[in-house]
Design a protein around this ligand. Structure first.
Ligand SMILES: Cc1cc2nc3c(=O)[nH]c(=O)nc-3n(C[C@H](O)[C@H](O)[C@H](O)COP(=O)(O)O)c2cc1C
Length: 325
């Protein structure tokens, strides 16, 4: 399939694997790129720029196809060494960066000078327009369904994608709630030129996370996610568990007085325990409503090949069929 997204990143299929904390390691990113999509290593999961350098090199040993790196700009006081991470990206010849969180403007000149294409992930049309105006090459439009941080506007992709299509000139991909060929064809119909998936890629053979995480996604329905940290305006969609239910109780008890320190135990530093050790009740971890559409744990290649072949069937068979009737 050819779209402005496949052209921009030099990939075969318009499918991107979004950056995911403690999931987006070399193994997964390389598997996605090798299967013809764009795999993304999560920059900040690597503790230092030197660690990121090693992780990129590891991925490049597994595939010689284009690979990307996610840089999440966090609203925290002790900023990570972003210039150092960017040096690691550039020195390894990476040509695709997914930015998220805050506005990436200050880092764009260096990335662009070095031929890096930037796709910024946004949850609102106004943010997408801002990304376009500062020179991002593409955007990832993340609907309310998404795993992770859906923002505070609560607009699902059925509205957000056509709204983005009406306003944007640069290409965009759908993100949030995407799982299969139906998602891809629907996204294309609504104006996107590809799709970004997070949760779906966790439930694959190559995702380097504990089997319990994959099993939890397969077992979950679309009713099993919760929104946490809403009172802090840092909303995150997570899979429910004992820690999440406790977190929501604390939020209710504290009301408007809630502080981050009240919920530290449930959210801070819990990813290694969950993703690596499979201690599923250790805390809150991002997961999309799309878990309700995930019923198997294929290899990344099986997943991507299935999406692409079924998308063709939907377009040539089902949709074209309606026109003939
Ligand atoms: C476990 C997990 C961790 C994530 N970590 C990050 C992250 O560190 N940075 C980021 O930009 N997005 C992160 N995301 C969001 C994904 O990149 C993607 O936008 C989102 O999962 C799309 O929604 P979906 O899960 O419905 O496919 C994460 C998502 C999940 C499920």
């Amino acid at each position: 399939m050819k779209t402005r997204i496949t052209e921009l990143f030099g990939i075969e299929h318009p499918i991107i694997q979004g950056g995911m904390h403690y999931v987006g390691f070399a193994e997964l990113a390389a598997a996605v790129s090798e299967a013809g999509g764009l795999g993304i290593i999560t920059g900040l999961t690597q503790k230092t720029p030197e660690d990121l350098d090693k992780e990129i090199k590891k991925a490049k040993e597994l595939t010689d196809k284009p690979i990307g790196v996610n840089l999440t700009f966090l609203p925290i006081v002790n900023e990570p060494d972003y210039p150092g991470y960017i040096d690691a990206i550039i020195s390894n010849g990476i040509k695709a960066v997914e930015t998220a969180g805050n506005n990436p403007q200050q880092y764009l000149p260096k990335l662009k000078e070095n031929g890096v294409k930037v796709i910024h992930k946004c949850t609102a049309v106004r943010h997408a327009l801002k990304a376009q105006s500062i020179g991002c090459d593409a955007v990832s439009v993340d609907g309310f369904e998404c795993g992770g941080h859906p923002g505070e506007d609560d607009v699902p992709n059925m509205i957000l994608l056509p709204r983005a299509a009406d306003e944007l000139d640069i290409p965009f991909v759908s993100s949030g709630g995407q799982a299969d060929a139906r998602s891809l064809v629907a996204s294309l119909a609504m104006g996107a030129e590809g799709m970004n998936m997070g949760t779906r890629f966790i439930a694959t053979k190559e995702a380097p996370v504990h089997q319990n995480v994959k099993d939890a996604i397969v077992a979950a329905s679309e009713l099993d996610t919760r929104l946490v940290m809403r009172p802090l305006r840092n909303t995150e969609r997570v899979l429910t568990n004992v820690a999440v239910e406790r977190l929501l109780e604390i939020e209710k008890e504290k009301g408007a007085d809630l502080k981050f320190t009240d919920i530290m135990e449930q959210v801070a530093g819990v990813y290694p325990q969950i993703m690596m050790e499979g201690t599923m009740d250790a805390g809150a971890w991002s997961c999309g409503m799309v878990a309700g559409l995930i019923n198997d744990i294929p290899t990344v290649k099986e997943l991507i090949d299935r999406i692409m072949s079924e998308a063709e069937e939907i377009i040539r068979g089902r949709l074209e069929g309606f026109l003939k009737a």
